[in-house]
Write a protein that binds this ligand. Structure first.
Ligand code: PEP
Ligand code: MN
Length: 364
């Protein structure tokens, strides 16, 4: 089935005139007012952006956020397209959205992360696209489920759409990280491995969630041979009605685009970065285990502290310290780890244990 998807896609260059890899979609998170949309679009045009974006309907996590201007804002698109000569992309979440977006001349549709999670909604959109020839981009679902992402593309493809691609926008995660949505690069790698012909673009705005991360994430995506970027840009980001923290001014976007290094396409680049990432993921897991081990050690050491306190024994016992010091160095030697290094590490670990035990004893 993946093979059918991979072979059934129209190459990016044939989607719209002048679209080539790597292409840039930019524009505000939401269309707010005719003036905001027009001034942002005109400014972006100067920086060789290929496609404009703006949300017309905004899927908000909680009600009462700005939910988009709806059909009213679709009416502004005509002028913006005429003024800039650029194609326009927006998010659709239902058959009705598709119908009106097509009526008002939207050129590219995308399915948002909150819609991709729901096969009923994706199927409804796919059914409404039968007989229509328009590029459709599918954002990854909120949760890191590659099959759900590919499944959504299959539904679109089965409806007869041939110009389809994917947007990597990161994944929602319970753990707090510096990202708004963790990139989990292994998932887009695997996407690429299974579907090398399907255009894959990166959304650094929703991955990062903050302006200062846009450049690095974009560079990373280019290093990994993504086909394009979709970046949120607003004429007055601080006062944006949605996603203010992650939007950049058109000037800043122009600067980012001019500073990005566009590498020559070579499979070794991708392989190199992919492999590096796999190794880093393994290191991350090991480091996490190290910290967990330290935490377990600390729990035991605290227990010893309580025991010493209840039996009136001193915290620091030189014999025990010598034993720790010598045995750990021997273990290190056997495993080809520097003895001096391990001795240093255990000095720190032991100091910390003693400090904690003293705290326990003094709290008597
Ligand atoms: C957006 O592009 O503004 C958006 C709502 O994105 P996502 O579906 O990735 O959250
Ligand atoms: Mn947004």
């Amino acid at each position: 089935m993946s093979a059918e998807l991979n072979n059934g896609v129209t190459p990016l260059e044939q989607w719209l005139p002048n679209l080539k890899k790597p292409f840039v979609i930019a524009g505000p998170c939401s269309a707010e007012t005719p003036e905001q949309l027009m001034t942002t679009a005109k400014a972006l045009k100067q920086f060789n952006v290929d496609v404009l974006r703006a949300g017309i309907w905004k899927p908000r996590t909680r009600p009462n956020g700005f939910e988009g201007q709806g059909v009213e804002a679709l009416k502004w698109i005509k002028d913006v397209k005429e003024e800039t000569g650029l194609p326009f992309a927006t998010e659709v979440g239902s058959a009705l959205h598709v119908e009106v977006a097509l009526k008002y001349g939207v050129d590219i549709l995308w399915i948002g992360a909150r819609t991709t999670v729901n096969p009923f909604s994706v199927q409804e959109i796919a059914d409404s696209l039968k007989g229509v020839d328009i590029p459709v981009l599918v954002k990854n679902p909120m949760n890191p489920d590659l099959n759900l992402w590919i499944g959504a593309l299959e539904r679109i493809h089965n409806a007869g759409i041939k110009k389809f691609g994917a947007i990597h926008r990161g994944f929602s995660s319970f753990e707090k990280t510096k990202f708004r949505n963790v990139p989990n690069w292994q998932i887009p790698f695997e996407f690429r491995r299974q579907l090398p012909n399907v255009p894959l673009i990166c959304d650094p705005s929703h991955i990062g969630g903050s302006r200062d991360l846009i450049y690095d994430i974009s560079q990373r995506a280019l290093d990994l041979n993504f086909d394009g970027l979709i970046i949120e840009s607003h004429i007055d980001p601080d006062n944006a009605w949605s996603d203010a923290a992650q939007q950049v001014t058109p000037d800043r976007l122009g600067q980012i685009l001019s500073e990005l290094k566009y590498k020559k396409e070579s499979s070794t680049d991708t392989e190199f970065v992919t492999h590096l990432d796999e190794l880093r993921t393994k290191i991350n897991n090991l480091d996490k285990e190290l910290v967990e081990t330290l935490s377990h050690r600390q729990v035991l050491s605290n227990k010893i502290g309580e025991y010493k306190r209840d039996n009136n024994v001193t915290t620091f016992q030189v014999d025990r310290w010598n034993e720790i010091f010598n045995t750990r160095k021997e273990w290190a030697k056997k495993l080809d780890v520097s003895e001096d290094f391990v001795a240093e590490v255990f000095k720190l670990i032991h100091e910390e244990s003693v400090r904690r035990q003293e705290e326990i004893i003094s709290k008597k």
